[in-house]
Design a protein. Structure first.
Length: 415
């Protein structure tokens, strides 16, 4: 892609959060060889991968360009929210400052002092900032990109890392056109600004740069979502899952993508549960005790933005009272999740032992045939699947209320 280095991360051997065909074959042969005892550790390792995966995103640019505001928006925060990066300040630190994501602390945004704002000469700056540790770079400017931005980009390119140009404060540009009394053609105006940035970068020696025009005050406007899609698309599989889960829940499409990511965890969690508990209800109780179900439900709820803190952040982003969002949440899953709740929910449900066909044998070629439906595996699978569907529906209602969007989203396949 333009703007990113030619040694795309996609070309590098990717570690997947979920099992690819090859790994599934290995899983099957481990099972044939050593039963679940050999299989379960492999699944456990995969599940841990998602919790442990680090994603370090560097954000740089001149003072006042909008770095802190961008970092806040990407973390679903308003500039004056608790934990937000300070904005509008002119003090610039000389050290990269970390801003971890509120729900995924290993997804971290780094505020890098702009090259021109630091006192180091270019070469020293590149060394001092230890650019190797970042997964990709966002270079922000509120007007034209400078010679320093270009120098930095060349340094990043030499490391084979991806970089993206973000032209911030596009809302101000468009407003100025309006204020001048001219008729605004948004697309045309954006194209003009984009071309200006691109030609300015090309002249400085960056070939076919990709420039995204954003307003840090509106993640659903201009090129912000396009930027996020591009960023996700260029990450290796496992980092992509973490990045997707970190996005603020501002569109139905994001919710649907998160559901698809979480859906893949369901069978892995169910397998672990199948391993620890053999008979239906004691199995479920055991699954609670072994810490499979409760953290999974709490995690799903948080990723889908339905815990109190996430709802509050989303309300702030949408500029609506949090009560308006809470009013459309119709699931008991927003209350306290403990063992009693899970067992009650399960017993109160219309549980029917699910068949291997319903589970989707193609997706779970190993475990589906091992456990069948009436087991702790089947129960956990059904329970988490129901939980995920319920939370997804509620998250969709919240997004519609927050952003008044009615875009219909096609539900992805259940497997
Ligand atoms: N209208 C508008 N204002 C923005 C946007 N992004 C940032 N701002 C404003 O621009 C000013 C500077 O933004 P910051 O996010 O603090 O910029 P920074 O790059 O972190 O600045 P330093 O920390 O000083 O390097 C603040 O008053 C922001 O509110 C944007 O996209 N649109
Ligand atoms: Mg700042």
């Amino acid at each position: 892609m333009g703007g990113a280095s030619s040694r795309n991360q996609k070309d590098q051997p990717s570690r997947s959060t979920y099992f690819n065909q090859e790994e599934l074959k290995k899983l099957k042969s481990s099972y044939d060889e050593g039963g679940l005892e050999m299989t379960v550790p492999l699944i456990q390792e995969k599940l841990k991968d998602l919790d442990n995966i680090e994603l370090n995103i560097a954000v740089t640019g001149k003072s006042g360009a909008g770095k802190s505001s961008f970092i806040n928006t990407m973390r679903g925060l308003q500039n004056n929210d608790e934990g937000a990066a300070k904005t509008g300040t002119t003090e610039t630190t000389m050290e990269p400052a970390p801003y971890p994501h509120p729900n995924l602390p290993k997804v971290c945004f780094w505020d890098l002092p702009g090259m021109g704002t630091s006192n180091f000469p270019a070469n020293e700056y590149l060394k001092k900032m230890n650019l190797k540790q970042y997964d990709f770079f966002i270079i922000i400017s509120a007007c034209r990109f400078t010679e320093n931005d270009v120098k930095l980009t060349k340094g990043i390119k030499r490391l084979g890392k991806n970089f993206y140009f973000v032209r911030s404060k596009i809302d101000i540009d468009l407003n100025s056109v309006r204020k001048e009394g001219k008729k605004l053609n948004k697309e045309e105006e954006m194209e003009k600004i984009r071309n200006y940035c691109v030609s300015n970068l090309e002249k400085a020696g960056i070939s076919s740069p990709n420039v995204f025009l954003v307003s840090n005050f509106d993640i659903n406007e201009f090129d912000f979502q396009k930027l996020n899609k591009t960023l996700a698309g260029n990450l290796s599989d496992i980092k992509k899952q973490a990045f997707m889960l970190s996005l603020p829940n501002t569109t139905l499409e994001i919710i649907e993508k998160k559901r698809a990511v979480l859906k893949k965890q369901v069978w892995m969690l169910a397998t672990l549960s199948g391993f620890v508990g053999a008979v239906p209800v004691p199995g479920l109780s055991f699954a609670c005790d072994t810490g499979i179900l409760i953290p999974a439900i709490i995690g799903f709820r948080q990723y889908l933005g339905l815990d109190d803190a996430s709802l509050q952040r989303l309300a702030n982003m949408a500029g609506k009272p949090v009560e308006d969002l809470k009013a459309v949440v119709k699931t008991p899953l927003v209350g306290e999740i403990d063992k009693t709740f899970v067992i009650k929910m399960f017993l109160g449900g219309t549980f029917i032992a699910i068949s291997a066909v319903e589970i989707g044998l193609d997706f779970i070629p190993v475990v589906g045939s091992i456990f069948g439906g009436a087991s702790s595996f089947g129960m956990t699978y059904k329970l988490l699947n129901d939980v995920l569907n319920d939370l997804t529906e509620n998250a969709q209602s919240v997004v519609k209320t927050a952003f008044e969007t009615e875009i219909v989203c096609t539900k992805t396949s259940d497997h």
